[in-house]
Design a protein around this ligand. Structure first.
Ligand code: FEC
Length: 308
């Protein structure tokens, strides 16, 4: 028999080849082609990390890993699909496939741990818009899922493993998440507070003293309006130049995968700035396909299903 419930994993997507970058960036810019200098900058960042980036495969592997856990729990009940925002397989294509497969129940799970109108809510809106062509399919949205102890442990365990490294007076942990335009916070978006609460949960679990960590924002978009700050590069340089820090430990808790924001913004941009300032960077591992992430995703699906 065919599965009863589709689990729709939704993510940003990444260009597979250099030729994909223009269309991908045009989609991100709501259909407007990027001006040449912005295009060149983005191309340069992808060339620096090398295409294809590992992200596309990581997302597929997260789907496979989740499928395996769900099959062990309830054989045959769930089928996992991946739908992307800005490149094929688009969310609408995945919804079309679910309909073609005769499944009439979807659990929508955004691959973003904290809730924001720009991430989680936007993924759900896209899925629901696609469902207008397929009446009769129900949709259960999953909210934020950073509270799961497995995900908190994933980060806390790495800090605990660093041991005395985090206790040294000249070391500082910078937790970071994707910056967003300021205007969303003024509009009551829970994102900033969820990032703070997630950081505090990890710090408490790792027994990190309050003066050994700080929060900063990364990867602000190339738009005119103000974005949430301070930026992590500025914070890291200041910690080294003016506060006697030598080792910066970077924990990008707003993401779950090795994407451009990690491979370029952290591993190249932040790392260079820290090196030039005379310090060194220790970058914590991303969840990718770690069992603690997969367990978190599985629990999120089962909880949502229990609510239905
Ligand atoms: O290929 C890769 O590895 C990178 C994929 C990628 C991820 C990602 C995550 C998030 N973004 C969020 C918000 C915005 C807003 C804008 C914006 C712009 C870009 C650009 C690229 C890009 N984002 Fe992204 N983001 C990724 C890639 N992002 C490329 C365009 C160049 C640039 O501005 O740097 C501004 C445009 C707009 O107004 O829409 C806002 C958020 C996340 C984390 C949640 C999620 O993953 O969905 C929020 C991965």
């Amino acid at each position: 028999s065919s599965p009863q419930t589709a689990v729709l994993l939704m993510a940003y997507g990444t260009p597979y080849r250099e030729e994909d970058i223009e269309g991908y960036y045009t989609n991100i810019r709501h259909g407007q082609r990027p001006p040449q200098p912005l295009y060149d900058q983005l191309l340069g960042r992808y060339q620096a990390i090398g295409l294809p980036s590992p992200l596309a495969k990581i997302t597929q592997d997260q789907g496979q890993g989740l499928q395996t856990l769900l099959d062990a729990q309830s054989p045959g009940k769930y089928r996992v699909y991946v739908g992307l925002k800005y490149i094929s397989p688009f969310i609408a294509e995945a919804v079309g496939q679910i309909a073609a497969d005769g499944i009439n129940e979807i659990i929508g799970l955004p691959l973003a741990p904290e809730y924001s109108s720009y991430s989680s809510e936007d993924y759900h809106l896209r899925a629901k818009a696609a469902l207008e062509d397929h009446p009769g399919i129900s949709y259960l949205p999953v909210g934020s899922w950073w509270k799961h102890s497995d995900l908190i442990d994933f980060w806390a365990d790495q800090l605990i493993a660093l041991g005395h490294e985090t206790d040294r007076d000249d070391a500082m942990v910078i937790f970071s998440a994707h910056s967003l335009p300021m205007r969303i916070i003024e509009g009551g978006d829970p994102y900033q507070q969820e990032v703070i609460d997630f950081m505090e949960a990890i710090a408490a679990k790792a027994d990190l003293p309050a003066d050994h960590y700080t929060l900063a924002w990364q990867s602000a978009g190339r738009t005119e309006e103000p974005w949430i700050g301070p930026d992590f590069v500025t914070v890291a340089k200041d910690l080294i130049a003016s506060h006697g820090k030598k080792t910066i430990i970077s924990a990008s808790i707003g993401f779950i995968s090795d994407n451009l924001e990690i491979s370029y913004d952290v591993d190249i941009e932040l790392a260079n700035a820290i090196r030039q300032a005379g310090g060194s960077l220790v970058r914590l591992r991303m969840p990718n396909t770690d069992p603690q992430l997969l367990a978190t995703l599985k629990e999120s699906v089962l909880e949502a299903d229990g609510r239905s």
